[in-house]
Structure formats: C-alpha cells, structure tokens
Design a protein around this ligand. Structure first.
Ligand code: ADP
Length: 205
C-alpha cells in the first residue's frame, strides 16, 4: 500500500468518526504507511472560536458560523507548518475527522446548501478527498452513545437535529455523487466490524 491518501470521515455527532479515525490509522500504520490524523473544527484559533460557539459560550449567526468553518478549513489545508497539504507533501496519508461534507450537512439545515457548496469550492479545488467515508448511524443510536459518554450536549446534539443533519448529508451525497468518491458504511454495528469494512475499501484504493 504505497499510495498516500486523503481520507475524510463524515457522520452525525456520535457516529463514531473519531473511533474509526483511530482504528484506521492503526491499521494503515501497521501496513507501513505514515499517517497523520486530524479533525475539524481544528484546534487552531478559528477552530477554537468555533468550539466556543458550538458550546454556546460565544454567540454567532449561522451565516457567520458557515464563514468561520470555511476559514478554519482553509487554514487546516493551507497552513504552511501544520496544514494537510504540507503533511501530504511530507509523505503522510491524512485522515480527517470531518471535512466539507460536514458543512454541507450542518449549515444546510439553516441555509442554502448550494451556497455552502459553492463557497467550499476553493477547498475542493485545493484538495479533494480520495474518499469520503460516511458512517451511517441511526440518530437514536448516536444519541445513546453521546448521552452515555459526554457531560454536556452541544448545539447540534439532539435527536431532531441529528435526523435533520443526516437527511442533509444524504442530500449532499446525491448532489455531488459525480464529483466525489463516497463510501457509506453501516455505523450501527460494532466498531471493529465498521473498521474492517472501511479498511477493506481503503485497501481497494
Ligand atoms: P464522533 O467522533 O463521530 O462524535 P466517537 O467516535 O467519539 O463519535 O463515538 C461516540 C461515542 O460512542 C464514544 O464514546 C465511542 O466510544 C462510542 N462508540 C464509537 N463507535 C461505536 C460503536 N460502533 N459501537 C458502540 N459505541 C461506539
């Protein structure tokens, strides 16, 4: 497995993205790859502001939030020291927990999805994922996972919101199926089974 890849993990909150990012990274490293795992919102300045907005400690309009996510994503890609493009130039396969499909799904519950897609074209043109992996979990199951494991529910984390976000993900995948490589895996299963499914798909690339 010599080819370095840019892999985006997508799904509603509690779908298991960070769990799968870790499991996939372990498998790829065991196969001899250099792997860099990362996430959005980032832990940079813009990402930190976004986390405070999502927690409710800072107030912002949804259009402002969409703009900040785009700015955070550009820095995530283009930062000269820590950016994804630099990491790939250095020979890493990059796994990101969320990329632009998250914006299409989450922001489009409040605003026009086509605008979100159009503004994120600058990211798609800079670096399109070799594969977008959608962990397709039932909102009720992800709610159970969130409630048993987290102290405070964030803005998007209630059943109705998660169901809306999931519907928007499916709408975005349908809209962009010609341009993007999208792999959907059943996220209601045990983490190891999902990981095996994802790894088999990655190995095929
Ligand atoms: P996300 O990053 O998508 O929000 P996490 O990977 O943090 O999701 O998973 C949310 C919670 O559910 C965590 O406590 C995690 O241990 C648990 N979890 C993840 N995947 C599974 C799974 N397949 N089955 C049961 N619990 C899971």
């Amino acid at each position: 497995m010599a080819k370095k890849l840019f892999i985006a993990l997508e799904g509603i909150d509690g779908s298991g993205k960070s769990t799968q990012a870790k499991l996939l990274a372990e498998k790829l490293k065991a196969a001899g790859q250099k792997v860099y795992t990362t996430f959005e919102p980032t832990d940079g300045m813009i990402g930190t502001l976004l986390r405070n907005i999502l927690k409710g400690t800072v107030k912002a309009d949804h259009r402002t939030i969409a703009g900040l996510f785009l700015a955070d994503r550009l820095d995530h890609l283009l930062n000269e020291e820590t950016g994804i493009i630099k990491k790939m130039q250095d020979g890493f396969t990059v796994i990101t927990d969320r990329y632009y499909f998250s914006s299409y799904a989450y922001h489009a519950t409040h605003m026009d999805m086509d605008w979100v897609i159009a503004t994120n074209k600058i990211c798609a043109d800079a670096l399109r994922p070799d594969i977008n992996i959608f962990i397709d979990v039932s909102p009720a199951i992800s709610m159970q996972r969130i409630n048993s494991n987290r102290a405070s529910a964030e803005l998007f984390e209630n059943l109705k919101s998660l169901s809306n976000v999931k519907a928007k993900y499916l709408e975005a995948f349908e809209k962009l199926k010609e341009q993007e490589v999208i792999f959907t895996t059943n996220g209601d299963r045990a983490a190891e089974d999902i990981a095996a499914d994802i790894y088999a798909r990655i190995a095929a690339i």
